[in-house]
Design a binder for this molecule. Sequence first.
Ligand SMILES: Nc1ncnc2c1ncn2[C@@H]1O[C@H](COP(=O)(O)OP(=O)(O)O)[C@@H](O)[C@H]1O
Ligand SMILES: [Mg+2]
Length: 303
Amino acid sequence: MKIAILSNGPGNYSTKRLKEEFKLKGHEVDVVKYKDCYATIESSNPVVGYHGESLSGYDAIIPRIASGMTRYGTAIVRQFEMQGVFTTASSIAISRSRDKLRSLQLLARAGVGIPKTVFTREGRDIDEVIDEVGELPVIIKLARGTHGNGVVLAETKKAAKSVMQAFYVMDDDGTNILLQEFVKESAGEDIRVFIVNGKVVASMKRKGLDDDFRSNIHQGGEGTSVKLTEEEKKTAQKAAKAMGLPICGVDIMRSNHGPLVLEVNSSPGFAIEKVTGRNVASKIVEYVEQNAKKTRRRDRVGA
Ligand SMILES: Nc1ncnc2c1ncn2[C@@H]1O[C@H](COP(=O)(O)OP(=O)(O)O)[C@@H](O)[C@H]1O
Ligand SMILES: [Mg+2]
């Protein structure tokens, strides 16, 4: 097969590992920097241009779209979709995974446990909103934050109010801020579950630095292998399905009322291979081999 990995970082560990495993199985692989791609829109001929030529003949694309480039990246993915090329993540599924509010709504609809979350507008009575979430402290999040930036723990109503005001100033339409129950019983820790073909293939626990409630690797968090309970496995698989992402990273917190999903990542990193010793890239190759030639799946999430 001929495969394109859509990645702006050919040197990234994840990109290198994918390329290596596809080559190992005898496939032809190109790393395509989607930031250098352009889409030509004309009737019945969706072309993706790249460095002076038009890209064609691919059996599958593996999008590795950075969070800061979601709009452009998904537009390029969509152009490949219009050509009928198989993709491991659909453009619409990538877009919705980048919006925490939309993701939580879909997860809740599917019956997946999530931390209690309130989505509010500026000007609402802050006391009322905090009472709605539960007790202090509360988590305040930007709906489109990533790598732990844009997630704040507010200990008092006063602090919550100033954080929200600061976020609203940065926000364009005032609709992108979430208040969330603080899952204190596992503060500073979460679990990353890597899903391929709707099934768990690896999982690790991430622990933040001593003084940080955030466990993101980008904030200095460290991973160790972890064994999931049946309930955690089911939760992660259900979350992946609800988001329409056959390949993804599901982040779960262990709360005293069961596993709660924080978010579902459509371009999960491969550091989990180093931590767990699992060959995640080869699972993705198998998935593509089994699915790329089939008729194209439709997105059925409907939101
Ligand atoms: N409701 C919460 N209760 C406790 N800790 C949380 C909560 N939400 C997020 N965190 C911590 O903050 C980190 C970042 O939050 P997350 O929602 O995943 O945003 P990001 O997209 O920036 O990673 C999580 O990995 C977790 O460690
Ligand atoms: Mg996260």
